[in-house]
Design a binder for this molecule. Structure first.
Ligand code: ADP
Ligand code: MN
Ligand code: MN
Ligand code: MN
Length: 336
């Protein structure tokens, strides 16, 4: 029997990488990752290689059923150069978490976008809908736009076996969120990218684009889109004291620049200190503080300082691999 494998990878565009994919037909496929062969593509068409030696290598790293195609799987891949080393666009290779001690829950926000009006769904062609307020977690045709896409996406993610934890309508009209959690930083990144892929592909069917930009409506009074990174390792999960949390949070202070570098393009437009964000120039942390760079969830304190942290600065267009890699580096720099 013939099986369709959709090999998915990230291109080399800067500052924001996009999804690329192509289909490989294989025979008598077992469904196992180990059986997915290496494959190659033309890196000169994706800003990943010069025309003269254009081959880049696709290394399968995560597989799940493709809920939208018959006899098919989605195969997330890392990009390698022709000599087999990680390509510089390969953020996944930077993740130092081989024992999967790091758990990540990403809250992926995005806008459903009408390519004809070049505005979010729910925005009239010639102006603006009512100001923010009624849209967050809303129901009803006056306030919630594009639900059928969102629902189809949720079902597709669940059918693919992704660990989606929830969805909600967000603060701006046409803005939504899904959350994905995984034990293991690499897998969390894989699942977010597959989740994004499925959303893009469902959007095609409806003629609706997905806008991942962190501030697609510019400086107007509309929320931007984030990708809050909730994270823990065994230290944070079992600390049992405030001092450990303070120490780990303080380790983020001297490396604000290094973090912001991988937290998504144009984040200065979003991290203004307004709209539930901290200023891009400051660093702060606090219990239950949604205006802080890092929030210590109340539940973590209530469990006796056992739990996780939420870095609220990564934006919707950030690469979850690079975000996780940087967070892990900073957390591991702390001696506990
Ligand atoms: P909020 O919108 O209030 O910030 P959400 O419920 O949207 O919160 O997201 C919280 C996220 O935290 C979820 O994705 C969840 O998986 C994640 N999370 C919960 N516990 C942990 C943990 N121990 N380590 C890492 N992430 C966690
Ligand atoms: Mn959320
Ligand atoms: Mn949100
Ligand atoms: Mn959050």
């Amino acid at each position: 029997m013939a099986t369709k494998l959709e090999y998915i990878w990230l291109d080399g565009y800067k500052p924001t990488q996009s999804l690329r994919s192509k289909t490989k037909i294989v025979k008598n496929f077992s469904g196992k990752l180990e059986e997915c062969p290496l494959w190659s593509f033309d890196g000169s068409s994706t800003e990943q290689a010069p025309g003269g030696s254009s081959d880049c290598v696709l290394k399968p790293v995560f597989i799940c059923p493709d809920p939208q195609r018959k006899d098919a799987y989605l195969v997330m891949c890392e990009v390698l150069t022709a000599d087999g080393t990680a390509h510089e666009s390969n953020g996944r290779a930077l993740i130092d978490d081989d024992d999967n001690d790091f758990w990540f829950g990403f809250e992926q926000e995005y806008f459903l976008w009408d390519p004809e009006t070049n505005k979010p769904l729910g925005f009239p062609a010639g102006g603006y809908p009512a100001p923010q307020g009624p849209y967050y977690c809303s129901v009803g045709a006056n306030n919630a736009y594009g639900r059928e896409i969102v629902e189809e996406h949720l079902d597709a993610c669940l059918e693919a076996g992704l660990n989606v934890e929830g969805i909600n309508a967000e603060v701006a009209a046409g803005q939504w969120e899904f959350q994905i959690f995984a034990k293991g930083a690499k897998e969390a990144g894989d699942q977010i990218w597959i989740g994004r892929y499925l959303l893009e592909r469902i959007g095609e069917k409806y003629g609706v684009a997905i806008n991942w930009h962190c501030k697609p409506l510019g400086a107007l009074d509309w929320n931007g889109s984030g990708m809050h990174a909730n994270f823990s390792n065994s230290v944070l999960r079992t600390a049992g004291n405030k001092e450990t949390y303070d120490k780990i949070c303080e380790a983020f202070r001297p490396v604000v620049k290094e973090h912001i570098e991988v937290y998504g393009a144009d984040n200065h437009l979003r991290l203004t200190g307004k709209h539930e964000t901290a200023s891009i120039h400051d660093f702060s942390y606090g219990v239950s503080d949604r205006g802080a760079s890092i929030r210590i969830p109340l539940a973590t304190v209530e469990k006796g300082w056992n739990g996780y942290l939420e870095d609220r600065r990564p934006n919707s267009a950030a690469d979850p691999y690079k975000v996780a890699a940087r967070i892990i580096k900073t957390v591991k720099s702390v001696a506990v």
